[in-house]
Design a protein around this ligand. Structure first.
Ligand code: GDP
Ligand code: MN
Length: 396
């Protein structure tokens, strides 16, 4: 699950990291009010940033400065509703504009191969790190945190020096260690600060001081660990998820949309993968991976059917159920119910074996479903039906 910048920043603040203050606004007048508060507090300008779950907002015109409340309202008006790489902006972040001296990149990422947390830092901040990795790979410093002790002081200092942050050593060390702490505290896969910036600020005695702050924040959480953290699920942005993903999650189905034409409804992840393989071998292309799970009852089957049919490319359906905990007759009942409700008539081939297969067969026969005895036969029939209905996706 990806977090919006403002939510990611809240988590950083909770871990004690230096983040400039901000407010979130849903409308242009709200942005104006927030801007006026920051300007009254002594800011020269405010920054207005689109809150969308996509990088490169700056380049796309989603990050702008304003010098007055009226200008902030106008700028927010332009940014709200803007389309950034297919995402509509519904909220903006408003904060005092930073006076940037230099931009760096610093991130903690889960390194699955090394089973640990990898820190990546660079003095080439502000730009996309993928570009730096391509054009100037030696400009990126990499270092692993200790699996038990986290990021140790000496390692954090090494990282800071290598990034050219020697003049801000103490702050850089605290931030690097803070990223690792944040990763662990929320089971994040990624905590990225780009830019980590040296900014100029007015010190307490009126003189100018330089400070290292997290100007942007991107956090991706491990979905499977959300249950361990009260409140984090509430930060999920409804726009992040494709509607079919949301439906699947709410129905308790494991669903991954693919590009083919044959909708697959299967119980068990292994069987679902085997079914996709056999569809491919028979010359067809699966439209999805769908695991209805163990013990699925009729209503879950109906929900799965709706999900499959919502994809306009689907022109044939293959149902492959191995009854164990799942009862074959429950699935058959679900299929009958689903067909009664469905708005689109798509040929379906059903194979149900295992628990209550005989009862299932009787139900399916009475309802005149096309059935198959073996999985090979089912796959062949589904591919044939798909071919007859239209084009079968090209074989990869
Ligand atoms: P991104 O493009 O989606 O990564 O959004 P960022 O928050 O990283 O902003 C993009 C760029 O806008 C940064 O690299 C900065 O150069 C610039 N920027 C962001 N915030 C400020 C600010 O407060 N003041 C100034 N002067 N520039 C900013
Ligand atoms: Mn950024």
């Amino acid at each position: 699950m990806k977090l919006q910048e403002a939510d990611a920043k809240s988590l950083l603040v909770a871990q004690g990291l230096p983040v400039p203050v901000w407010e979130v606004a849903n409308t242009a007048p709200e942005a104006r009010a927030a801007a006026e508060r920051f300007l009254a507090d002594g800011a020269d300008k405010v920054v207005i940033k689109a809150q969308v779950l996509i990088g490169g907002r700056g380049k796309a015109g989603g990050v702008k400065l304003a010098a007055s409340g009226a200008e902030a309202e106008a700028v927010a008006g332009q940014i709200l509703g803007m389309d950034i790489k297919g995402m509509t902006v519904h909220k903006v972040l408003v904060g005092p504009a930073a006076d940037i001296v230099k931009e760096f990149y610093l991130a903690a990422v889960l390194d699955r191969a090394e089973r640990g947390i990898l820190l990546m830092g660079s003095a080439e901040g502000g730009v996309e790190i993928e570009r730096v990795a391509e054009t100037n790979p030696e400009a990126i410093v990499r270092l692993h945190a200790h699996p038990l002790l986290g990021l140790q002081d000496f390692a954090a200092r090494e990282l800071a020096f290598a990034m050219g942050l020697g003049a801000h050593l103490k702050a850089a060390v605290a931030i690097a260690k803070g990223l690792v702490t944040t990763m662990k505290a929320y089971d994040a896969d990624l905590v990225e600060i780009n830019p980590l910036a040296i900014v100029r600020e007015a010190g307490p005695d009126g003189t100018t001081v330089e400070r290292l702050v997290c100007l942007d924040a991107k956090i991706t959480l491990d979905d499977s660990a959300l249950a361990r953290h009260a409140g984090l699920e509430d930060l999920r942005d409804p726009d992040e998820e494709a509607p079919e993903d949301k439906e699947a999650r709410e129905a308790g189905l494991t669903f991954i949309k693919l590009d083919g034409t044959i909708g697959c409804m299967v119980n068990g992840a292994g069987l679902a993968m085997a079914t996709m393989d056999l569809v491919k071998r028979a010359g067809g292309q699966p439209a999805n991976f769908l695991d209805i799970g163990g013990g699925a009852r009729a209503d879950k089957v109906a929900a799965a059917m709706q999900l499959i049919l919502a994809d306009p490319k689907v022109n044939a359906i293959l149902v492959n159920i191995f009854g164990g905990i799942t009862r074959g007759d429950e699935v058959a009942q679900g299929l009958i119910e689903a067909r009664a409700q469905q708005t689109r008539d798509v040929p379906m081939v059903v194979r149900i074996v295992g628990t209550n297969a005989t009862e299932a067969a009787a139900l399916l026969e009475e309802a005149r479903f096309q059935t198959a005895g073996s999985l090979d036969e089912a796959a062949a029939k589904a591919v044939e039906a798909s071919r007859a209905a239209g084009t079968v996706g090209t074989v990869a």
